[in-house]
Design a protein around this ligand. Structure first.
Ligand code: FE
Length: 257
């Protein structure tokens, strides 16, 4: 058995909570607990100790379970960005992360990326050794988060950082939006054969009730219009050339779709 395992817990309408388990130490951390109860059930059934929460950003469907988990496990460390810490909007936050910070879990290095755009305090967690990326609401299957607080330039720069990671990276995003995103993607990148193929595959997966997450970053690079801001097909659709402008137009088309 691998030392590190990732468990996906579907909650609410389309959110995913991720429980990372270190099988050697019998310890676990949870990414973006929208709710506490499903996490407690999973932790108890696995017989592990919950030691930390890693929050990607402050939205209620990512931090909703923080307080109740802290009550159950008073020693819990709660990681989130320094930027959200300054805004005092992460319940129970104890650790304040900046871009480039590193720490460890399950004998692996965890690297922090500052990825503003969806919100101004959003971070992502990357485990290069096992290729896991916890992207929150920055990168979705064939999509990206809405610009609730940030600008197109901020979000495009954030996505550009994530796009620079290796193709084999497994992207754990916080919502199951992939199928609908793929249908939109075909309206802006209609002649992309990889996109047509992926839509068929995800239709089958979802019809079977299976998650489309984790995503594979290499496939996102080929099919996600929000990562294809320098591709001729997207430049043609948007009539723009500069990556930020291409991205901004695709985002506004999606907002009105
Ligand atoms: Fe969300």
């Amino acid at each position: 058995m691998e030392r590190l395992a990732v468990h996906l817990i579907p909650v609410l309408r389309d959110n995913y909570i991720f429980l990372l388990v270190d099988h050697q130490e019998r310890k676990a951390v949870v990414v973006d607990p929208a709710q506490a109860q499903p996490v407690l059930e999973q932790v108890e059934s696995l017989g592990v100790e919950l030691t930390a929460i890693w929050n990607t950003h402050h939205c209620w469907d990512h931090v909703g379970g923080n307080q109740a988990l802290k009550e159950r496990y008073p020693q819990l460390k709660i990681y989130a960005s320094q930027a959200d810490g300054e805004r005092k909007r992460i319940p129970g936050q104890t650790e304040y992360l900046k871009h480039g910070d590193t720490f460890s879990f399950a004998g692996e290095e965890v690297q922090v990326f500052f990825v503003p755009g969806h919100t101004l305090g959003h971070i992502a967690y990357w485990l290069p050794q096992s290729s896991h990326l916890f992207a929150g609401d920055t990168l979705f299957g064939a999509g990206c988060g809405r610009l609730h607080e940030g600008t197109p330039a901020q979000m495009q720069a954030s996505l550009n950082q994530l796009r620079s990671l290796p193709d084999e990276t497994l992207v754990w995003c916080a919502h199951e939006y992939t199928l609908s995103n793929l249908r939109f993607a075909l309206t802006v990148d209609p002649n992309n054969p990889d996109l047509k193929e992926r839509l068929k595959e995800v239709e089958v997966l979802r019809a079977q009730g299976k998650p489309s997450v984790p995503l594979r970053l290499g496939e996102e690079k080929r099919t996600n219009p929000f990562l294809r801001y320098d591709q001729p097909a997207l430049q043609k659709t948007t009539g723009a050339f500069d990556p930020v402008n291409v991205f901004a137009k695709v985002r506004s088309l999606k907002d009105r779709w």
